[in-house]
Design a protein around this ligand. Structure first.
Ligand SMILES: [Zn+2]
Length: 321
């Protein structure tokens, strides 16, 4: 009869060994993340092309990873290229390069903890029922404040994670001018947009990329990022919010959010080819970002690069940050 015995050892590596171990751990994590990205990209493709293979088995995944390693995509070529970020409808965010490659997809923002909005309403109501100045009311107010705090923490953590992920791999980003105020009139969308905290998102993205010497530009509000075909340039004006797949008479098909991200990535190039005929009148003065690297004042491309515009205030003061 055999008996199994487990021993635990405490490693005491030298500095060199520590480096090697850390490198192994790093490589494992990198491979894991890359495989995850491969599967997620394949799943996105399958939305428009049901035949597209998804590497479900370990064998398929190893093959897919090896194919990817040999492909041009494996080279860290995103530095110096524009990456468009679409604030998706079905996804929280999709980032892609101009040649149609999806580089990041974040499906859902985290759910607010413990009941979320319903709990918030209940706590607020409970507080309003308590007599003013009473100890009960103070306690109810503290419970409500703790709930607010937890919700805010979850959201902030999420936004930091996402922006970190983006600025680590890409140094030239294009975001859309969502015209938050206008979107809020659409009542079905209002809550989700407010929850997503896009103004915060853009603020974080801006300063993090600035630390790294990168650039964020905001596409013109009127740039039809979701209605344009990146393959032939034709507009599809009939596209509605309900359409999750973009189709073009030229045969091009893509997930709606991915398509918008691809168009956004192409925006800086399109902008140079077709400069605006009239100055942009909507902002209360042109905001020139001090770190803008795109030559001088030929077009107001950097005009939206600062955050306050999207937070609903008019950005008439240049923000140096
Ligand atoms: Zn087309």
């Amino acid at each position: 009869m055999s008996r199994h015995t487990a021993f635990r050892y405490c490693l005491d590596p030298t500095v060199e060994q520590q480096t090697v171990l850390a490198r192994h751990a790093g490589a494992t994590r990198f491979a894991y993340n890359q495989c995850l990205a491969i599967v997620k990209t394949a799943l996105t493709r399958r939305r428009t092309d049901p035949e597209h293979p998804v590497p479900w088995t370990r064998f398929d995944l190893i093959n897919a990873f090896n194919t990817w390693k040999k492909s041009a995509a494996a080279a860290p070529q995103d530095h110096g290229r524009w990456v468009g970020i679409d604030r998706g409808l079905s996804a929280f965010l999709v980032a892609a390069t101009g040649d149609g490659r999806e580089v990041v997809r974040i499906d859902n923002p985290p759910k607010p903890p413990a009941g979320g909005l319903a709990r918030q309403r209940r706590l607020a109501k409970a507080m309003s029922r308590k007599e003013k100045g009473s100890r009960n009311r103070r306690e109810a107010a503290a419970r409500l404040a703790r709930h607010h705090h937890r919700v805010a923490n979850v959201r902030r953590h999420f936004l930091h994670q996402v922006t970190n992920q983006l600025v680590k791999i890409h140094d030239r980003l294009v975001v859309e001018d969502l015209h938050v105020a206008g979107m809020l009139h659409n009542r079905r969308l209002a809550r989700s947009i407010a929850d997503a905290g896009w103004a915060d998102f853009e603020r974080l993205l801006n300063y993090k990329l600035q630390w790294r010497g990168g650039t964020v530009v905001t596409a013109d509000r009127w740039f039809p990022s979701s209605k344009r075909c990146p393959a032939c340039g034709t507009l599809n004006p009939g596209l509605t919010l309900a359409d999750r797949v973009f189709t073009c008479p030229c045969g091009y098909r893509a997930d709606r959010d991915l398509n918008a991200a691809v168009n956004l990535a192409a925006w800086p190039r399109l902008r140079r080819q077709d400069p605006p005929r009239s100055p942009d009148l909507r902002a209360g003065g042109r905001v020139i970002n001090a770190r803008r690297q795109e030559g001088a004042d030929r077009h107001p491309m950097g005009a939206g690069a600062t955050g306050p515009d999207d937070a609903g205030t008019k950005a008439s003061i240049p923000i140096g940050m």
